[in-house]
Design a protein around this ligand. Sequence first.
Ligand code: ADP
Ligand code: MG
Length: 405
Amino acid sequence: MKLRTIDSLDVAGKRVLMRVDFNVPLKEGRVTDDTRIRAALPTMVELLKRGARLVLCSHLGRPDGQVVDKLRLEPLVPVLRDALNSALALEHLAPLEVFLSPDVAGEGAQRTIAAAGNNIVLLENMRFEPGEEANDPDFCRQLAALADCYVSDAFGTVHRAHASTEGVAHLLPSAAGRLVEAEVSALSKVIDDPVRPLVIVMGGAKISGKLEVLESLIPLADSVCIGGAMANTFLAAQGHNTGNSLVEQSMFPEALRMLELAKEKDTALILPLDYRVGERFDNPESCELRPADGMQDGDVALDIGDATLEKYHEVIWEAQTVFWNGPMGVFEQERFATGTLGIARTLAAVSDRGAVTIVGGGESVAAVNRANVAGHLTHVSTGGGASLEFVAGDELPGLRVLLAD
Ligand code: ADP
Ligand code: MG
């Protein structure tokens, strides 16, 4: 996939509308993790160095087209200003102010932009405006009127055809920022002629949301290791007792179809050999090992077991490319974190010996950070849903609009 990059834009003295993914976690009005803000800095600094004036736009949470006070971008302003000014200082550039436009677009935003001069403007939460998610042509025109060109650096939202992620790109000279470029280049290593063996590790809470991804990856992969609650559904579909574990009964036929597909495509679809079970989800004491065919009534599978971790370790150890999405268990609880943290460490180890290792997904990335191995991996994606849809081979509207001819 070849995208137009910011090299193709003439930005000197121009206003650039830049879509970023500042959908950061907030707690009591404070940003608790600024990873997404920092991820946009390379593109911002590069554009500023080339003389651009930046108008940033993002969504935060799901206000559904109305103003929701708790989802205003105000708390992001000092975080953005400090992070940007540290980055600018490293380049021996003068610090800038960040002006928050209370209006998403229109005359109010125009006034803020005019008053900001060369400083940064951050437009208020895009999703306060119903036209954003509706990709309304009028709203797209209002956004386009704010700038001379458009840069998309919000990889986390490229799977959405919204006004600020897709619609506006048709109306201005537009290009992908460095983050989007880096994401596409890394994730392409999974689906475009991957160095083999290609091993996929999938887990997480639900099978339903990820089935299409699994279906696309089974033919592509050499091995697929399944964990998390997703594995329970496979197990139950095969007629095993899964006690009180989280299973999706409506997905049994699909799970069986995936097993057939793997056979047909000669892909090893590997299910857990054993599980770590808790008697009750909220009982802090219980944690026992059970073989996959030995689960008892009342058991709740909350992690893969030791034999499984060992097996997955062996499979991943042979890999040259690994893509991981979805924790192996309820890693938020210490005693059910062994499988997930173990997989994270195995990925770091194969990465250190030269394999390509890529992780995508909100909780999976959190697990990688908890295991302290992010720096060892080839790529840790900033986009959960977007990275999954990308590796599933879907055409993402926010990327399609940036394709180079
Ligand atoms: P990601 O965000 O990485 O794509 P998901 O959102 O699909 O992952 O799933 C993450 C959640 O799955 C975690 O919060 C974890 O607690 C939960 N989970 C993993 N294994 C199980 C299990 N066996 N039973 C219930 N929940 C599980
Ligand atoms: Mg998640």
